[in-house]
Design a protein around this ligand. Sequence first.
Ligand code: NAD
Length: 367
Amino acid sequence: MTNPSLLILPGDGIGPEVMAEVRKIIDWFGAKRGIVFDVSEDLVGGAAYDAHGTPLHDDTMAKAQAADAVLLGAVGGPKYDALDFSVKPERGLLRLRKEMDLFSNLRPAQCFDALSDFSSLKKDVVAGLDIMIVRELTSGVYFGEPRGIFKEGNERVGINTQRYTESEIARVARSAFELAMRRDKKLCSMEKANVMESGILWREVVTEVSKEYPEVELSHMYADAGAMQLTRWPKQFDVIVTDNLFGDLLSDLAAMLTGSLGMLPSASLGAPMANGRPKALYEPVHGSAPDIAGQGKANPIACILSFAMALRYSFDQGEEAARLEAAIEHVLADGVRTADLMGPDGGTPVSTSGMGDAILAALDASL
Ligand code: NAD
């Protein structure tokens, strides 16, 4: 049997630094747990532009389509700010998402106990928080036609169109129900059915799909009320499913309940491939952090947690993903901190590789 394949695209700025720590973790799982991947590495973003004059070479795109999962670091940086829009580093990432048709964006908001002081909310509101927002990623108001700025009489009018087909709603709903089945079997769908027809259809289709998942307790909430409830008592939720625009806002809101950008992973999933695995791209939420790039200050945990998501959602290794998450929890509980996680009391931060090594030691201790 061949090993599952993993394409690694470190990208720009701190991308290669945090990915180097993920490589150590991948090697650990190969050596100590017998979970071996065929790993290949390639360029994306500014790094690809420097080498090929394009932020994503066609060969890299083909490799991503063929891989069992893609793990990406981050793209972008001031060096590329003046480039034409068509070759900006971000276009590489957008091309990956579009051509792999990654319609389901998973954004966990998980608060490690040791970091519960970091939230802007009270400790008891966020301690132990573990929720998942599923955002529709390939349709809705960011893509709907007509769009543009038009002349209407004496003034200009800016137009974007919220548009969802039944099948687009159904497929992201199914992905959220599947996720709910692996978790607490509780799903809340958020839209604005009170003022938007697309919201009415969203609610109807999600309700229809729910018949396929009788074990999952489904609720509906208007997205504005959802934002309030997320800040008031986020632990009332487990999985939330919502459209592209509301998901953009709600997932950022939920993520920031938990503290640093350096801690936030994500997954973008598409339709199942011939081997049953979904097309999948895993990446930290943060960008290339040019302000700290090359200084060994970056927190690799977001990228390592993205690999944990790959173990769970692409490779059916939920227990090993939990082992990795527990190792991170241990390290944080021991007070090991990168600079972004230092509280006002100060202390000495560890470097990017120091954090990776501490997680490896905790993994060893877990055996
Ligand atoms: P950013 O996420 O790169 O950085 C925001 C702040 O968070 C910075 O102060 C940075 O030092 C800090 N930070 C981010 N990740 C960190 C980590 N792992 N450890 C410690 N600190 C961390 O966002 P930005 O500064 O707005 O953007 C910088 C570049 O990244 C831009 O070119 C932007 O277009 C790009 N970007 C890329 C992605 C992506 O690749 N998915 C996402 C967002 C931004």
